[in-house]
Design a protein around this ligand. Structure first.
Ligand code: PEP
Ligand code: MG
Length: 880
């Protein structure tokens, strides 16, 4: 007969698949001999049968019955006993903790009959009615979906009638009346009476935990997080212990060290005469855990020694929930605790020093994602007032600016602004781009505002639902405070806090360390980062280069640890004052005019390259020949049309605008991203690529003459067929052969058109290296316009769980990743010495870096600020 139910004494912490995280850790604590109330776990196997067949496995009722009898024996109490009833807590617990799933029903087993036994046994009538009230609302809500507000309103009304400020102010008889009211609400909403059979309560509670696996929120969360839909959840059934049995009872949460800073010592909150949910709900003010030492020194001492034991056992920071029932301590939950990014580094480093873990393990316990968070500027909170509201921290950073309530005004406003909206939509884009930060009162991490802000690297706090935003009045109100358009506010995208006024912003100390301004001796966080990134460097196989187009960027990239430039986008060098030279090139209608324009550009480009090669002396610098469509360098068609029409209406000669308009109209493309770009441009105007190749070679010659060690490489963008590359390569080699005194300059190609990936075996013989342009490869592989879709419909896609992260942010392993695998494999088969890297945005995304390691790339290239993140993650990727 299959086993579906396990006693706490039968499991351990490694059985999370079968018993869920919560259950497995309760078993582990039981095994350690810690004071855990007895209980049992209905396994995920049982849940899976239920989900598959729509019914509990036939053996389940008997097995639950057997374990219940064991539990009754241990407790000396029976479920449903009218004199001294056993009461149970029923909790969900999947392998991964999952928002949206049912959590807890307390006091299962209370009925109109058993309450008399609870009153007698506890000697506390008020407590008993309060317990019954809690059961009816939790059970009603989670098993039958009765809206929480219905119970809340009834509770508020009772408090008002009694003149009480919190629920402790309600007497036994008032709570008794409230129970009657709750039962009425339950019956009206569900069409049945509150179940009076304790065994039925238990059975329904277990089933509702199973059902909660498929709640909409849980389903979407799983889809996004790629958690398999068929894992199922376990159900933990445990004897109730009560923290609300008077002053010598209470409940608390605690950490074995400070989860915010990593500082050693015990941290936590305690609430006397309360149940666990009261601590989380923040109904009453908690006491710092240290106060417990005064209130109940014996329990405090016991708790300290248990926590010490847990930390040693788990070899990590643990968080716990505990309850004290009339002076007796009970452990209700433990797990390896969540912590801030800074604390993760500090704790990992401390644990090495304490001899608890080795450096590899410490590196496993931090992440590139955390390092990234540490590199944003933050508010200096030393003198800050309390936040006026807290929303969802959707995109990190610290932003200060004047509150502006409409996108077009934010776009027009000089100086820093914070765009405040109920929610945003694609029409708000200009304001989002212009603002320092975005604040919304609605929506979560996948709302439009959140997705777009992350894409743009803007600070965003969303879903701050305490804000009453009035767009018409251009103001928001929260707790009696009104902020009007133009008032300065500060928003913290790392914590979700919103402040009135201007908070001072502190640059990230971690960035200052990479910049060389702070030394590891000065701060434990920097020391930890230095130690772990140093270890990652020793471990990693992937090289890390930077995407840099200016000498400044190149310098920073080097300081941040880049081993060269993986992408120097030359089109950025044609903007600003040089734009007019490009205009001249485009407008040239004779060979001579074109030649003159190119001759003017050549020395400018040469100087660009000389400076960058000097900064990166001795390291590779991959110069990409010009990529985007030429018309991006010309004024917009609509603007020119209007100018010319105005001039003509006035009877004036539109002059140069007229010529420009003709050229822009001639070059206009419906889909410029799929038009005359990259190598296509190089083949249509061969002189442009030729000028760039000459500038690279001449710059190298200048650097060699100056005693330098220039290592330029030339990269051809947007190749889809080997013939394109061969043509350009042939032309480039002719130019390079003509220039004396320069090192060998490799010529390679980007792989960013799906056809290039699929024909990599043909292309490789003509390429010294490949560099994956995963931005375009994603754009063309999915058919997603990079400029449009993230704002237009990604929020909906994310909400539906079609993907968990934008494929422009994190590489789509199965689709675009497959193209990459094919190209690596077939490219290397054709040319074993082929160097292969990536230079799309994914090169600095932690999850994608792991993928690039797995597929065997030689290096990743990313923005200078992401270089440390890539170094760390590339090191972590080698650890199994
Ligand atoms: C890419 O497509 O990934 C790439 C690096 O090129 P760009 O973003 O300049 O198109
Ligand atoms: Mg590209």
């Amino acid at each position: 007969m299959p086993t579906y139910v396990y006693d706490f004494v039968e499991g351990n912490k490694d059985l999370k698949d079968l018993l869920g995280g919560k259950g497995a850790n309760l078993c582990e604590m039981t095994k350690l001999g810690l004071p855990v109330p007895p209980g049992f776990i209905v396994s995920t196997d049982a849940c899976r049968v239920y989900l598959r067949t729509g019914a509990e496995p036939p053996e389940l009722a008997t097995q639950i019955g057997d374990h219940l009898r064991l539990l009754e024996g241990r407790m000396g109490q029976q479920l449903g006993d009218r004199n001294d009833p056993l009461l149970l807590s029923v909790r969900s617990g999947a392998k991964f903790s999952m928002p949206g799933m049912m959590e807890t029903i307390l006091n299962v087993g209370l009925t109109d009959t058993t309450i008399a036994g609870l009153i007698r046994h506890s000697g506390d009538e008020r407590f008993a009615w309060d317990a019954y009230r809690r059961l009816i609302s939790m059970f009603g809500k989670t098993v039958y979906g009765v809206p929480d507000e219905l119970f809340e309103h009834a509770l508020d009304a009772a408090k008002r009638a009694a003149g009480a400020t919190n629920d402790l102010g309600l007497s036994a008889s008032q709570l008794h009346e409230l129970v009657d009211e709750y039962k009425k609400i339950f019956a009206e909403y569900t069409g049945r009476d509150f179940p009076q059979a304790p065994h039925e309560q238990l059975q329904l509670a277990v089933r509702s935990v199973f059902d909660s696996w498929n709640s909409e929120r849980a389903t979407v969360y799983r889809r996004q997080e790629r958690i398999p839909a068929d894992l199922g959840t376990a159900v933990t059934v445990m004897a109730m212990v009560f923290g609300n049995l008077g002053a010598n009872s209470g409940t608390g949460v605690a950490f074995t060290r400070d989860p915010a800073t990593g500082a050693r010592g015990v941290y936590g909150d305690y609430l006397a005469n309360a149940q666990g949910e009261d601590v989380v709900a923040g109904i009453r003010n908690t006491l710092p855990l240290q106060e417990l030492e005064r209130l109940d020194p014996r329990s405090f001492g016991q708790l300290m020694s248990i926590m010490d034991r847990l930390e040693h056992h788990y070899r990590d920071l643990c968080d716990i929930e505990f309850t004290i029932e009339r002076g007796k301590l009970w452990m209700l939950q433990t797990r390896v605790g969540k912590r801030t990014a800074a604390a993760a580094f500090i704790i990992a480093s401390q644990l090495i020093d304490e001899g608890v873990i080795d450096v590899d393990e410490a590196l496993r316990r931090v992440s590139g994602e955390q390092l990234m968070r540490l590199m944003f500027p933050a508010f200096d909170l030393a003198h800050a007032d309390q936040p006026i509201a807290t929303g969802i921290p959707a995109s990190p950073g610290a932003a200060v600016g004047r509150a502006i309530f409409e996108a077009h005004r934010a776009a027009a406003e000089p100086g820093p602004t914070i765009l405040v909206r109920r929610e945003t939509n694609p029409d708000d884009m200009p304001g989002i781009v212009a603002a320092q930060g975005i604040l919304t009162s609605r929506g979560g991490k996948t709302s439009h505002a959140a997705v777009v802000a992350r894409g743009l690297g803007k600070t965003c706090v969303c879903g701050a639902d305490a804000l009453d935003v009035d767009i018409e009045d251009r103001s928001f109100t929260v707790d009696g405070v009104t902020v009007r358009e133009g008032d300065v506010i500060s928003i913290d995208g790392t914590t979700g806090n919103v402040y009135v006024g201007q908070l001072p912003v502190r640059p990230s100390p971690v960035v200052r360390y990479f910049e060389g301004e702070l030394s590891p001796m000065e701060d434990p966080l920097i020391a930890a980062v230095d130690r772990l990134i140093g270890h990652a460097d020793g471990k990693r196989r992937l090289g890390v280069r930077a995407n840099a187009d200016t000498p400044d960027d190149a310098r920073r990239a080097r300081r941040f640890g880049a081993a060269g430039i993986g992408l120097c986008r030359t089109e950025h060098m044609f903007l600003g004052e040089r734009r007019v030279l490009i205009e001249r090139l485009i407008l040239a209608d004779t060979k001579d005019a074109r030649h003159a324009a190119l001759e003017a550009l050549l020395p400018l480009q040469r100087n660009d390259f000389i400076e960058i090669l000097a900064e990166m002396d001795g390291l590779p610098v991959v110069v990409r020949l010009i990529d985007p469509p030429l018309h991006e360098f010309l004024p917009p068609l609509a603007e020119l049309t209007a100018k010319v029409a105005t001039a003509q209406a006035r009877g004036e000669d539109p002059g140069r605008d007229g010529e420009l308009l003709a050229a822009v109209a001639r070059m206009h493309e419906q889909n410029p991203m799929l038009g005359l770009r990259g190598v296509r441009l190089g083949l249509v105007i061969p002189e442009l690529f030729a000028m760039q190749v000459r500038a690279v070679a001449q710059a190298a010659a200048v650097r060699v003459a100056a005693g330098g060690d220039p290592r330029p490489e030339i990269m051809v963008p947007l190749v889809g067929a080997v013939q394109e590359l061969e043509t350009v390569r042939h032309q480039a080699e002719a130019i390079l052969d003509d220039i004396q005194g320069i090192p060998q300059i490799p010529v390679g190609t980007m792989i960013e058109v799906p056809r290039a990936a699929l024909t990599a075996g043909e292309i490789a013989p003509a390429a010294d290296f490949f560099s994956f342009g995963t931005n375009d490869l994603t754009q063309m592989g999915w058919g997603f316009s990079r400029d449009d879709v993230e704002a237009a419909f990604f929020p909906r896609y994310l909400q539906l769980g079609i993907f968990g992260a934008s494929p422009f942010e994190t590489i789509d392993r199965t689709g675009i990743g497959r193209l990459i695998r094919i190209a690596v494999q077939e490219g290397r088969a054709a040319r074993p010495d082929l160097v292969v890297g990536v230079c799309g945005e994914h090169g600095g995304d932690p999850e994608s870096v792991r993928f690039f390691h797995e597929v065997g790339l030689d290096y990743v290239s990313c923005s200078p600020f992401r270089v440390p993140v890539a170094r760390l993650e590339a090191g972590r990727a080698t650890l199994t």
